[in-house]
Design a protein around this ligand. Sequence first.
Ligand SMILES: [Zn+2]
Length: 300
Amino acid sequence: MPELPEVETIRQGLNQQLSNSHLCSIVRLDNYCWHDETSNFSLAADYKLSEFERQGKYLFAHLKSDTSAEDITLIFHLRMTGKLIITSTVTNLPKHSHFYFELKKDHKILYLYFNDVRRFGYVKLLPRQNLSFDQSLKKLGFDALTHKLTLNEKALTEKEAENAFIQGCRRHLHKNIKSALLDQSIIAGLGNIYADELLFSARIHPANLCCDLSEKNLQILYRSILPLLNKAISNHGTSFSDYVDSRGIKGNFQNYLQVYQRTSLPCYSCKTPIKKCKIAGRSTHFCPKCQIYYGSNTLT
Ligand SMILES: [Zn+2]
């Protein structure tokens, strides 16, 4: 948490309110994990916050210099509890707010603050031209929503993305399909909630190994991704406890989940109680009747 639909909802909100704003200052409130790769970044230079982009669960803020200084990018990873919220005042920021930006847009001052209770998130500031060399970004597979491979490359076509997904699963034959969906190097953006929901919508049991799934199974699974993500984004993401968008408002998609966090409740399709087990070290929710296991090992 947050996963692709939540980060995308945040990105859209930030772009709506802050794109093309002027960055006046960055105020660090504590020693929060901040990786700074730029030696010459100075707020003496004029920076414009041009736009926010997203790749998988990473969010990027591109800062454009009005002078000769190089353009820079801030990379955010929100991990468990990271939040980016726009506000008109920084008096009484909530506890665990680690830094904020002061921005000017249309003669109005706005603040964007970063709050992270569990402190697993991070921020990295680096020259924009170094973005494609970043070790964690280089490992990312194509984005589940846009089909882009990296920020600078052209997006894959729908068919190319489907093939890349199937080949990615084929490279990990002895991995279970739940782990394959969570593997950001195969497809970027999915986490525990949407992996469980996808497997339910494709009627595939999460414990299936990739080698036990046919081309058709993987195709059905892949083709379930976009409809699910689009529905989640149009409902502003899923909020269980922490996630809120850039206005501090909770998402609505938790009301549409079929299996996630529905342990022991009746399946919406067949009324069988939803089961919960641990797969890939993660809580996994599924319908034991609707979701088919194709493997030969006995399931415990
Ligand atoms: Zn069912």
